[in-house]
Design a protein around this ligand. Structure first.
Ligand SMILES: Nc1nc2c(ncn2[C@@H]2O[C@H](COP(=O)(O)OP(=O)(O)O)[C@@H](O)[C@H]2O)c(=O)[nH]1
Ligand SMILES: [Mg+2]
Ligand SMILES: [Zn+2]
Length: 308
């Protein structure tokens, strides 16, 4: 028996990167069922598996799937209760954001962070295109970095054009499995090309046109960084399953609120109107950033029109 990591799946065949460093074509034996999880795909990119070579030929059969450290899912179709596992065992999500061309709203950043919290995936926020920022935007970026760092997130500022901040980013990706996310046009491909020139990814492409009509776009893929580490690419799911929020636990997904809510007078405090609310106090005192709180309220109200 050998072990490896699933790096690509087409539905019936899986590419497994073996611990020996080779890529092996694998299929799944019989019906593989997952306990407690109704999923349309039993094996996903990132899964750690055991496999056995078939007696004749180079291909192999997956015999075991090891427990997942985490995974991200989406509903298989809008109506079904079954889910599709996009990727598993992700060390970190890298959220690429920009303050200009295009501007990423904090509403989007915060929804992303809430989703990642729910999946137990640490997030590194990377502000790209710093070469385009004037003093006003630079200072706005520094303020955002302060707020997010205080909340417990790591942030970086980089430019794929001038290479500013690229080395520290490279270090943070080394030997990790990273999911690269962010709106189209923020420079994900450009950054990855600068980080590892061997990748030769296309930049400046409208991904929705690029991906149209291809069945394989529902499957994620992992590609290897030359200096060690993996990038998870999820075509067509750039915003990685921003899903329906659980309203009761939404404030738990804001680390700076989670820290304080035990001081609220009521155990079931929603931090909206209740007296003796520690979160409202912290917002009033500037300990919690006003825009973070506003995004929390917008999420509670399911209102993303007033995105700030
Ligand atoms: N000025 C500037 N342009 C950038 C930077 N990074 C990417 N771009 C440009 O932004 C556009 C979109 O980049 P791309 O990597 O395709 O974005 P993606 O959709 O997130 O993969 C391209 O025209 C890039 O050349 C940067 O740091 N500075
Ligand atoms: Mg791209
Ligand atoms: Zn409260």
């Amino acid at each position: 028996m050998e072990r490896g990591t699933v790096i690509k799946s087409t539905g019936s065949w899986y590419q497994v990167y073996s611990d020996a460093g080779t890529v092996v074509q694998c299929r799944l034996r019989g019906q593989y069922r997952l306990k407690g999880l109704r999923s349309t795909n039993p094996v996903a990119v990132g899964d750690k598996v055991a496999f056995e070579y078939e007696p004749h030929g180079d291909s192999a059969v997956i015999t075991d799937i090891f427990d997942r450290h985490n995974f991200i899912i989406r509903k298989a179709t809008n109506l079904s209760k079954a889910s599709h596992i996009i990727a598993a065992n992700i060390d970190q999500a890298v959220l690429v954001a920009t303050l200009d061309q295009p501007r990423t709203s904090t509403g989007f950043i915060d929804r992303f962070l809430v989703t990642a919290e729910a999946y137990h995936i640490p997030v590194l926020i990377v502000f790209n295109k710093t070469d385009l920022y004037d003093e006003t935007l630079l200072s706005a970026m520094r303020k955002l970095e302060q707020v997010y760092q205080k909340a417990g997130y790591e942030t970086m500022s980089v430019s794929a054009l001038t290479y500013q901040g690229i080395d520290p980013l490279k270090q943070r990706l080394t030997d990790k499995v990273s999911l690269f996310s962010g709106h189209s046009g923020v420079g994900k491909s450009a950054l990855l090309n600068v980080i590892d020139p061997a990748l030769k990814l296309r930049t400046g492409e409208i991904s929705t046109i690029h991906n149209k009509g291809k069945h394989t776009t529902t499957f994620a893929e992992m590609f290897q960084l030359g200096f060690g580490g993996w990038i998870v690419d999820t075509p067509g799911i750039k915003e990685f399953g921003l899903h329906d929020f659980e309203y009761e636990t939404l404030s738990h997904r804001f680390p700076e609120m989670r820290q304080l809510m035990h001081n609220c007078k009521y155990a079931d405090c929603t931090h909206v109107h209740e007296p003796g609310c520690a979160v409202l106090d912290a917002v009033a005192n500037g300990l919690i950033a006003g825009f973070r709180y506003q995004n929390y309220i917008n999420m509670l109200n399911n209102d993303f029109t007033a995105d700030n």
